[in-house]
Design a protein around this ligand. Sequence first.
Ligand SMILES: Nc1ncnc2c1ncn2[C@@H]1O[C@H](COP(=O)(O)OP(=O)(O)O)[C@@H](O)[C@H]1O
Ligand SMILES: [Mg+2]
Length: 323
Amino acid sequence: MKAKSICFFNNKGGVGKTTLVANLAAELAINHKKKILLIDADPQCNLTQYMLQDDEYIQEYQKDDPMTVYSVIHPLSIGKGYKEDLPIRRSINFHCDVIIGDPRLAMKEDLLSQDWRDARAGGTRGLRTTLVFLDLLKKAEDYDYVFFDMGPSLGAINRAILLVSDYFILPATIDIFSKWAISNIGTALNTWQKDLEHGLKNAEDPSELPIQSGKKVKFLGYVMQQHKERSKGDSVRMVEAYNTISIQFPAIIEHTFKKIYAKSELITNLGEIKHLASLAPKSQSTHTPMISVVAKGSYTTTRKSAREIFGLLALNFIKNIAY
Ligand SMILES: Nc1ncnc2c1ncn2[C@@H]1O[C@H](COP(=O)(O)OP(=O)(O)O)[C@@H](O)[C@H]1O
Ligand SMILES: [Mg+2]
C-alpha cells in the first residue's frame, strides 16, 4: 500500500487548520477504518496538545532529546541518514498515529531557506534538504493517509511539505482576508514548483536524490469554517454577512487552483464547518474528537451537528481523492 499524503495549509492563521486536520482524521479512522498518521509540522505544536493527553507529550518534551518530528528531520537535513523507525505515538481517542511537533522545528527554517538557494541551482545538498519530508513519507507507506498540520506561513518548512505532498486542502474562514491569502498561496506554489523543477533538471548528481523530477501537489478542495448559521423553520442557512463573501469563493478558488485540480471535474467545496460553540474547547480539554465528546446539555446538539458535518466532509474527501 502506498500512503497518500495530504497537507492542510493556509498562510492565514487561526482559520481552524488544526481542528480540521484532527477531526477529519478521527472521522476517517473511526467511521471508515482508515489508517492515518498525523504529522505535527507546526512549531507551535497545537495538534500534539490536542490529540495526546497532557502527561504524554509533557513527559516527552522533558527529555534531553525528545522524539518528535524534529528528530526525524534534523539528521536528514544535515546529511546523515535516519535509520531508526519513526517516533510514532498513538492517540487513543482519535484512533490515529501521531508524530509529535517540536518548537525546535522553527530553527530549521533558516537552514531550509539557505539551502533553497542551492536547491534552485541544482546543488545536491540543497535539493536533499528541500526534499527532506520525502524520506519521512517513505517510512510511512503502510498508512492509508498521512496528514500534515502546518503553521501559518509561506516559510521554508511549509514549502518543503507542499513540494512533496500528493494533495493539498485549503481550510479557510469566510472573510475578505482569506481571499488575499488564497491568491498568495497560488503564486507561491507556482514559483516554488518551477524553481524546484529547474533545480532537479540541473542537478549536479541526480543519483543522490530521492526523485528526479518534481512531484506536483494536487488541489483536493477547500473547507469553509467557523461561520454562523441561522435556522428558519426547516431550512438552515449561512448568516447573510458571511454568505456575501462565501459566494465569491468558488470563482477565486477556480481561478487560483484550476491547473492543479486533482480531477478536472472536481467539486472543490469539501464542506462547511459552522462555528460549533463550546464543543471546540470541550473537545480540546478532553483531548477527544468533536464527534466523540461525552457531555450532556447543549453539547448533544452541537455534537450531532459535528457528526453530520464531519460525516459529509469525510465522504467528499474520499470521493475527491479517488482516482
Ligand atoms: N468549527 C469550530 N467551532 C468553534 N470553534 C472553532 C472551530 N474551529 C476552530 N475553532 C477554534 O478556533 C481557534 C483556532 O483554531 P485552530 O484549529 O487552532 O486554527 P489554526 O490551526 O488554523 O491556527 C481555536 O481556538 C479553535 O478551538
Ligand atoms: Mg494550528
